[in-house]
Design a protein around this ligand. Sequence first.
Ligand SMILES: C[S@@+](CC[C@H](N)C(=O)[O-])C[C@H]1O[C@@H](n2cnc3c(N)ncnc32)[C@H](O)[C@@H]1O
Length: 277
Amino acid sequence: MNLAVSVVCPICSAPLSRSGRSYTCLERHNFDLSREGYLSLLHGRNNYQEIGDDKLMVQARVRVHKLSAFADLAAAIRGYCPPMTAGCAILDIGCGDGFFLDQVTNAAKAACLGVGVDVSKGALAKAAKSHPSLLFIRTDAAHSRLPFGDSAFGMVMSVFAPRPIGEIGRVLRDDGSWLIVTATQDHLKEIRQFLPLAAIGTGKLDTPTSGFFSVQRSGVWVSELEVARPDLVSLVEMSPSVYRLRRDFGDKWIDRLPESLRVTFSFSITRLVKENR
Ligand SMILES: C[S@@+](CC[C@H](N)C(=O)[O-])C[C@H]1O[C@@H](n2cnc3c(N)ncnc32)[C@H](O)[C@@H]1O
């Protein structure tokens, strides 16, 4: 793995350099690659905590990404990406299993380095094993400084994932783009007739410009697909709603789903650029 992006120490912010399976800074803070190949920059007590998506959610997400609607969504997201220059780095915040990062990085006409960050060990283990040409890092993107130098990235993506606007502004080049993908309130509306899924908060639909970013392009992508019961189950199991369903109905929640259902997939895709660039 060739580090074409500046990764910095989460303790002292000095650049990290790699030797074998270790990354070390001048202050001798040391971080090792996991068995699966991702770099954990969580340290102290945080390193041992199970946070973010759990293993069952990750497995469900991997199954869902095999549905044709998600290949089509990835193609739609690629249509929103700006042209990339060779050597450009792309950051995916809350990258999960790395599906969208892989789809975007490998479709770029110029050779780019894809970097995914997530806080979930299960997601990163799957991502690193499935996409060895990409770099995956464990960090808490919502509560700590992103472990990268200023202006390290030409594009940042937040796909159903955290949007730490200040840090994104710092690590994104002035001419870079930020892609946000969120579900709209129509998403999976047919499944909601059978199960009390958590509502999609309207706050998630707001575009967080905060005076730093402006919207360059925005649209809603909608698709319908006939989905068989095992995939309906996976669509529910990859969301936190499954915890409440299990608590309220045990495993019986699955019986509420029909054998097959025509389902709406509806997502908003927005490309932002920096103000005053
Ligand atoms: C809804 S999933 C989306 C995953 C991926 N972007 C996709 O669409 O397949 C949200 C992801 O954000 C991660 N996440 C949640 N909070 C996070 C945080 N504070 N820092 C980094 N990742 C986080 C979760 O572990 C999970 O993998």
